[in-house]
Design a protein around this ligand. Structure first.
Ligand SMILES: Nc1ncnc2c1ncn2[C@@H]1O[C@H](COP(=O)(O)OP(=O)(O)O)[C@@H](O)[C@H]1O
Ligand SMILES: [Mg+2]
Length: 356
């Protein structure tokens, strides 16, 4: 398929001339103004933009700035055409972010050669970007897996070592209490009883910590694990955490990812949002599994997010299972985290969340 070039020039003769030069190698769409070029680029992004500098309404430089400011058109190579010769004009064009600058009149050969080299450069750029993204994603995935393994290890140590020692201590203490019953002074006896209470609380915290760190919570299935997570958070934080959800046949990896997302979102709602109410919902609908965690906390400015890793790793976890994460938040209006993935056996299709 021939690459598509969008040509913007207010001069009809020039448009016809350039179109005729390029038509053999490119599919050319010609427009007469910067505005039209911008609208067309946003509607259907071309492989390249070739634009005159002087045009009515929106000139070539304004078009360039506008193209660079939209996510959809940011990376499109732009070659400027101008009657303004001289080094200064050319430097100005390149400084404003043009990929190349051609002075009119130019030869057909020069135009073709410059465009061909821009096309080659754009290909290299996108290949490099693709490879860098793949490397970063691979690394992020490995970090997340290593993090999970480390959590499991710490959890096992907490449970098998510290947990067991605490249990032993508790038995010994209980023996002391039994032996001193009736014989020890009241003050000593009540100190021992207070110690037993403290020990019980520490043992419970260690157990909960170990349980929260380990993915074993998922042995009972995602629905039950999420329900447990919500009721523990509700008890410990003295806030209302509701859960509503279906039992879904998800893979172990998908269950673990959703569980970790819920844990992080819940912890953020309490720690950062100081939320008093949080709801966790897990549903499957029209081939999609969706988990939504909403809080009535402070909300935040997504543009001014801290360097924390929580939200980034939630996004990454979803990406690793072919899903998608969306954060809707406003200062003073709470936060909603929505994780979405394809239900097992559902046909492949566009998964991206719609705009909020
Ligand atoms: N539910 C929430 N309510 C209020 N602020 C939040 C919420 N979730 C995230 N944030 C904001 O986003 C930042 C980044 O969160 P996160 O990536 O989890 O990192 P961390 O928790 O380590 O700071 C937090 O520091 C906080 O400012
Ligand atoms: Mg966090």
């Amino acid at each position: 398929m021939r690459p598509r070039i969008l040509l913007a020039d207010d001069n009809a003769d020039m448009r016809d001339y350039i179109s005729s030069l390029l038509r053999a190698d490119y599919e050319v769409t010609a427009v007469a103004d910067g505005h039209e070029a911008l609208t067309e680029s946003l509607r259907n992004p071309p492989a390249h933009v070739l634009s005159d500098v002087m045009m009515p309404q929106m000139d070539g430089f304004e078009l360039l700035t506008a193209l660079r400011s939209h996510e959809k058109t940011r990376m499109i190579p732009v070659v400027m055409l101008s009657a303004r010769a001289g080094e200064e004009a050319k430097v100005e064009g390149l400084e404003k972010g043009a990929d190349d600058y051609l002075v009119k009149p130019f030869s057909a050969r020069e135009l073709r050669a410059r465009l061909a080299s821009q096309i080659e450069l754009a290909k290299l750029r996108s290949e490099l970007l693709r490879r860098t993204q793949a490397t970063v994603q691979n690394l992020a995935g490995r970090l997340i897996n290593a993090h999970d393994e480390e959590r499991n290890k710490i959890s096992r140590e907490l449970h098998d070592d510290i947990g067991q020692r605490l249990a032993l201590l508790s038995i010994t203490l209980e023996e002391c209490i039994q032996e001193s019953h009736g014989s020890a002074p009241t003050a000593q006896f009540s100190k021992l009883s207070a110690l037993r209470k403290d020990l019980e609380e520490i043992a419970r915290s260690v157990h909960e910590l170990s349980h929260g760190l380990h993915s074993s919570a998922l042995r009972v299935g995602l629905r039950a694990a999420l329900k447990g997570l919500c009721s523990t958070a509700s008890e410990q934080q003295h806030i209302k955490v509701s859960f509503e959800g279906d039992d879904l046949p998800l893979s172990d990896q998908a269950s673990l990812s959703l569980f970790r997302v819920a844990q992080e979102a819940l912890s953020n709602a309490v720690r950062h949002g100081q939320a008093k109410e949080v709801s966790v919902k897990l549903q499957a609908d029209k081939g999609l599994v969706r988990m939504v965690i909403s809080d009535n906390g402070k909300g935040f400015d997504p543009g001014a997010r801290s360097s924390g890793l929580g939200v980034v790793s939630m996004e990454e976890r979803l990406r690793m299972i072919g899903g998608d994460l969306k954060v809707i938040t406003r200062l003073g209006k709470g936060t909603q985290i929505s994780a979405q993935l394809r239900a097992p056996g559902a046909p492949k299709g566009n998964l991206r969340h719609g705009c909020s």
